[in-house]
Every structure is written in structure tokens, then in C-alpha cells.
Write a protein that binds this ligand. Structure first.
Ligand code: UD1
Length: 428
């Protein structure tokens, strides 16, 4: 058993050049599971979320639930929760600092207790991640939100259904407001809502618990609040971002891999780009097969945007692909300001990239092995993929970032034939 306290010193050692063959199954989407765990705080009964792995963001979210008095854990391949005993409505700085999704607690706690108090949330350093849309949405529902710079206190004694409009389709704000409204008397309409599949999961979960939400997946969501949600067993959708990451790995390395457990329709924009790069992508009923000879063309212009556009979470893995492909690509990051932190690291591997504001020009060339460092979750995964695609031995430090969203990343890639292992300070 590795000493988790040493996780800061853990790194991936990657010897690139192997082709990837075989099948890989993704688990439930991290970005669905986190809000569903928060939403379980509102449920008066037992909840089981199937097919969940203990990636560290999920582990930290459960720690928050436990700190409030809920019972929960990883059991039988999923997450079990019983929040009937929750009495507290305050979460401390140490726990909220661990992950951005701690902000979901607000909507759930306000809905259940009419009160919530949290410190400002942490998460990946990918640029400013304000929560003004969360707080202004809650205010529109009659919640008094008091921010003193460090703590955020919500007083929801006068909460009621209402009409609100999000000026930007924030995924987290949409989810928070759906939760707040689902347990609040009255009718709520959210316009300008985010349309991500994870929001459809949240709607389906709430409805499986006896709630009344409709419209998720479109920009207009309607909610009729109910007095109580009851327990349920629920299967969140497969992780489209993890699936996309493995698809890109297959394209970069060459070979033939099938990624199961995800809906190919959720990955349509990625599929188009991989085909443009010369990979063959076959859509299956429960996944996707990627066949590639590893000699890719530049994918061209890639612009991130809210769903159904190209996901910002796959921008860094696609930058890794473009860096080693033949030709020039233009990558425009529209969602987060600081989501190019993998680029200086890719340049240590020989990548030829110029960044100007939110745009990166990537002139593809043969990359070489190097010692690099993950600075955030998806950027870290991108560096592992780049290392897999070039000859020689690379190291990717900062493995803890990757752990946030990929459980057993090294083992899963190794099962496809990659030469990758994760080592801690104990092994070095
Ligand atoms: C979620 C995902 C994350 C993904 C992102 C965009 C989870 C747990 N995380 O993050 O993986 O990269 O969606 O698809 O689901 N914004 C504001 N004010 C706010 C909230 C957001 O200005 O109050 C801005 C952000 O700075 C960003 C944009 O809105 O520019 C999108 O952010 P948002 O959709 O809220 O992302 P998250 O929910 O944090």
C-alpha cells in the first residue's frame, strides 16, 4: 500500500512508442458523480450510484458528506450514501479547498436546511473560476447570500421558486440551481442553462428520487419543487471525457482500441476531429472503436465551447495530438483563461507552439521524451499521452493532479499495451 501522504512526489514513468490494442471500459462520469453526491444530501433515504471509481475528487466529495454527518463509501463497485443523519450545514476550508465541486453543496444544503455555509472552493488552477452565477442565481430564488471574502453564507429562509436567466451557460451554476429549486416550493424556470449530458443525469437522478425536473439537455429547465426526495439506485452516464482521453491515446499511439461504457453521441465533436486527423472511428452501441496507424494529420482548427461544442476538458489532450501531427493546428480556448499550462511542458518535448491570449498555434513535429510536470488534471493526462506517442523514457511529475479524475490511469493504459507505470518517492 502506497503512502498517500507522498502523493505530491508521485510521477508517471512512460516509455513511448508502443501501439495500443484491446478494450477499455469507462466508469460513471466524474462530472456527473460529483453533483449527484452533493444532491444526495437532499435525499431522505439510501442512494446507490453504480459504476463509480475512487478517483480523488470523488473521495474528497465523500469526505465533505461525512463531515456533515452523512454515511457514505465505495461499495459493490459504486458509491453508497445515506444522508438521513446529516445535521450540519457548514463545510470548513480544508475540505472545500480540495475541490471546486464543493460549491454544489450550497444548492443542496440550502434546499434541505435553508442554510449553508462554505469556504471558497478550490480545484484546478485553470484561470479565474468565479461563482457569481451560482450566487446571483440563488439570490434570484430569494436566498440571502453573504460573502465576507473567505466564507460564503446562504440564508434560504425566504427561498421560493422563480424565473432566472444565466448570462453564461455555467455547468456548475445550472446544477446548483436545479438542486436548490428541486427541494423548494414553487415553480422555477432556468433560462440560459448549460446543456451538458451531466445535467441530464442530475435531472434523471432527481426524478428517480421523486423530484420534478424537465428540460435538461436544452437551455430551458423547469423545476417544480417537492417536499422530499426518496432514496434510489442510479446509473450515471459513462465518462465522456475519460473516454475521449483514451480515444485520443489510441489515435496518437496507433493500434486499435475499443472504449466501452460511453455514448458515442456525447463525443461527436471529438470523433469528427480524430477522423480529420486520419484515424478511423467506428461508433458502437456502447462505445467507440479507434483505429490509427499513429501517423496523424493536424486536426486543424479546434475551438472549445459549451456542449454540444468541443469540450474544454479535451482541449489539452488534443493539443498533445496536434503537437505530434503533420501540419498546423489552431486551438482556441474559450472557457478557461489558464488552460494552456500543459503547453510549456509539451514544448520541453520539442513541441512548436505559440500562444497568443486564448489561441495557440501548433506546428506539428516529431516529439521527444522529456521530464515534464502536470499542472492540472486534463493537462496532466495530455502529457502522459504525448509521452506515449514518442520514443524514449519520459517522466510526468504531479501525478496527484491526474488522480483527481482518472482512477488507475497507468494500469488501464498498460492493459492496452502501453509502457507506463506510476511510482512514488518510496519506489525512487
Ligand atoms: C464544469 C466541469 C469542468 C468543465 C467545465 C466546462 C464539473 C465538476 N466540472 O466546471 O470539468 O471544464 O464545466 O465544461 O462538472 N463562470 C463564471 N461565473 C460562475 C461560474 C462560471 O463566470 O459563477 C465561467 C467560468 O469562469 C468559465 C465558464 O463560466 O469561463 C464555464 O464554467 P462552468 O461551466 O461553471 O464550469 P464548472 O462548472 O466549474
Amino acid at each position: 500500500m502506497k503512502n498517500r501522504a507522498l502523493s505530491g512526489a508521485e510521477k508517471y514513468i512512460v516509455t513511448g512508442g508502443a501501439r495500443l490494442y484491446g478494450e477499455i471500459e469507462v466508469s460513471s462520469a466524474k462530472n456527473s458523480v460529483l453533483p449527484l453526491v452533493a444532491c444526495s444530501l437532499m435525499v431522505n433515504g439510501e442512494v446507490f450510484l453504480s459504476n463509480c471509481e475512487p478517483a480523488s475528487d470523488a473521495v474528497n466529495m465523500l469526505a465533505i458528506v461525512r463531515s456533515l454527518g452523512g454515511r457514505c463509501g465505495f461499495e459493490n463497485g459504486g458509491i453508497y450514501l445515506d444522508c438521513r443523519g446529516v445535521r450540519r450545514h457548514e463545510v470548513g476550508e480544508e475540505l472545500t479547498g480540495r475541490l471546486r465541486s464543493s460549491v454544489f453543496i450550497l444548492g443542496a444544503l440550502v434546499s434541505r436546511f435553508r442554510r449553508a455555509e462554505i469556504s471558497y472552493p478550490g480545484g484546478c488552477d485553470i484561470g479565474p473560476r468565479p461563482i457569481d452565477l451560482h450566487t446571483s442565481g440563488l439570490r434570484s430564488l430569494g436566498v440571502r447570500v453573504c460573502e465576507n471574502g473567505e466564507r460564503l453564507v446562504c440564508d434560504g429562509r425566504d427561498i421560493r421558486g422563480g424565473e432566472l436567466h444565466l448570462p453564461m451557460p455555467s455547468v456548475g451554476a445550472t446544477e446548483n440551481l436545479v438542486m436548490a429549486a428541486a427541494g423548494t416550493e414553487g415553480h422555477t424556470v432556468i433560462r440560459g442553462a448549460a446543456e451538458e449530458p451531466e445535467i441530464v443525469d442530475l435531472q434523471n437522478f432527481i426524478n428517480a428520487c421523486g423530484g420534478r425536473v424537465r428540460g435538461a439537455g436544452s437551455s430551458r429547465i423547469e423545476i417544480d419543487g417537492v417536499k422530499e426526495l426518496h432514496g434510489t439506485s442510479f446509473a450515471p452516464s459513462g465518462d465522456r471525457i475519460a473516454a475521449g482521453t483514451y480515444m485520443i491515446a489510441g489515435a496518437i499511439c496507433g493500434g486499435e482500441i475499443t472504449v466501452r461504457g460511453c455514448e458515442s453521441g456525447h463525443l461527436a465533436t471529438l470523433t469528427g476531429l480524430l477522423r480529420r486527423s486520419g484515424a478511423i472511428v467506428a461508433e458502437r452501441t456502447d462505445g467507440v472503436t479507434v483505429i490509427s496507424d499513429g501517423r496523424l494529420r493536424a486536426p486543424g482548427r479546434i475551438e472549445t465551447s459549451p456542449y454540444p461544442g468541443f469540450p474544454t476538458d479535451l482541449q489539452s489532450p488534443m493539443t498533445a495530438l496536434a503537437a505530434g501531427a503533420k501540419g498546423t493546428s489552431y486551438i482556441i480556448e474559450n472557457l478557461f483563461e489558464n488552460r494552456f499550462r500543459h503547453i510549456p511542458e509539451l514544448m520541453k518535448m520539442g513541441a512548436d507552439i505559440t500562444v497568443c491570449g486564448r489561441a495557440a498555434t501548433v506546428r506539428g513535429r516529431k516529439l521527444h521524451a522529456a521530464d515534464v510536470e502536470a499542472k492540472d488534471l486534463r493537462g496532466g493526462a495530455a502529457l502522459v499521452l504525448a509521452a506515449l506517442g514518442c520514443e524514449g523514457r519520459s517522466t510526468v511529475a504531479g501525478a496527484a493532479h491526474i488522480d483527481r479524475g482518472y482512477f488507475g490511469f497507468d494500469r488501464k493504459l498498460a492493459a492496452l499495451g502501453a509502457d507506463v507505470r506510476r511510482v512514488s518517492a518510496l519506489d525512487m
